[in-house]
Design a protein around this ligand. Structure first.
Ligand code: FDA
Length: 302
């Protein structure tokens, strides 16, 4: 990143919210479920699968967790009603993780059960490292109860991930692998790009060799090519893997992965709580300065 880009990334909290909203609109389907349904229809028409994400995290009250659960039920119904090629990605902290783990489990279980009845699938997103052990416990408990329509996420930046993957591989887990988005300390997480890339490749190989189904979530061309190599070497059947990318990020790479004959799923976030997510995406955008300055000067983000 240039100096100006990294300066703007650091000062994002001071940039007016409407400007952040304009510049980040590419990353968000909209505030309403109907907005998200329209975006998914467009992506499905291009041969792209999707996963829906209701934005928002860190719920501390029962009534808010219940409201999120009810909204998720509506999402599952809309996917079925519109015959969308989409599953869902949920965050434990939306479903009561901060209130009580068993309560969170029961909410999650209801969703996974409802999804199973509709032939759908629930991915449990991975949040910060204080939640890793419990999130793996949530996933393992669901699998032990016989639910197959559920998946988890492993972050390549965490030192512990190798041991976690080997444990999860015993149950042929369905795992999304990503680099990891949260700020974690050097005691527990790799900090350098090359170390994280190397671990991503190693973990992906362990998953493939041990019969896991994998979601390869990255916009890093280097890792996409590494994944191609591993897929080819293992002669991996199409139903065992898919690529995954975020809405609005590196669309050219997305199209080239599909043109190369691989399955690809786009993560489609929507909802009222768009701000925190948008800031995270903007910080990762190497062209942030250009977009923000243009929006500031012209009120336009195209
Ligand atoms: P990297 O950040 O190096 O990006 C590679 C290149 O892509 C960059 O050089 C740049 O050119 C381009 N790029 C990246 N972001 C951009 C942007 N916003 N705008 C424009 N260009 C951009 N994390 C987590 O901790 N828990 C989770 O559950 C998930 N879930 C998840 C699902 C899916 C489908 C994806 C794709 C990602 C996640 N993540 C996540 C986020 C993930 O951990 C990671 O932070 C981002 O994917 C960025 O890492 P990359 O591998 O893309 O590499």
């Amino acid at each position: 990143m240039t100096l100006l880009n990294s300066f703007l990334a650091k000062t994002l909290p001071f940039i007016p919210k409407p400007i952040v909203g304009k510049v980040s609109s590419r990353y968000i389907a909209g505030t309403l479920l109907s907005d998200a349904v329209n975006v998914v229809k467009g992506l499905n028409a291009e041969g792209t699968m999707t996963t829906l994400d209701i934005l928002g995290e860190d719920v501390h009250e029962h009534d808010k967790a219940e409201a999120v659960k009810a909204e998720w039920m509506r999402v599952l119904e809309e996917i079925e009603r519109n015959r969308l090629d989409s599953n869902i990605s949920v965050k434990p902290s939306q479903l009561g993780f901060r209130i009580d783990l068993d309560y969170c489990y029961n909410n999650l279980r209801s969703l996974v059960e409802a999804a199973r009845a509709k032939g759908n699938f629930v991915r449990i997103d991975m949040e910060d490292s204080t939640m890793t052990t419990s999130t793996i416990w949530l996933y393992t408990r669901l699998r032990e109860e016989g639910f197959e329509n559920v998946g988890i996420v492993i972050q390549a930046y965490l030192h512990r991930s190798d041991a976690d993957v080997r444990q999860l591989a015993r149950m042929k887990a369905n795992i999304r692998i990503c680099k990891g988005i949260y700020r974690e300390s050097p005691e527990i997480a790799y900090q350098e790009r090359d170390e994280i890339r190397r671990n991503f490749g190693l973990l992906l190989r362990v998953m493939i060799e041990n019969g896991c189904s994998v979601g390869i979530a990255t916009h890093d061309k280097y890792l996409v090519e590494k994944a191609y190599e591993l897929i080819q070497k293992a002669n991996l059947p199409k139903e065992r893997y898919e690529f995954q990318m975020l809405l609005g990020v590196r669309e050219q790479l997305r199209r080239s992965i599909i043109a190369d004959g691989h399955r690809l799923r786009v993560y489609v976030p929507f909802g009222e709580q768009w701000y925190a997510y948008s800031v995270r995406r903007l910080k990762e955008n190497p062209q942030i300065a250009g977009y923000v300055l243009k929006a500031l000067l012209t009120g336009n983000n195209t």
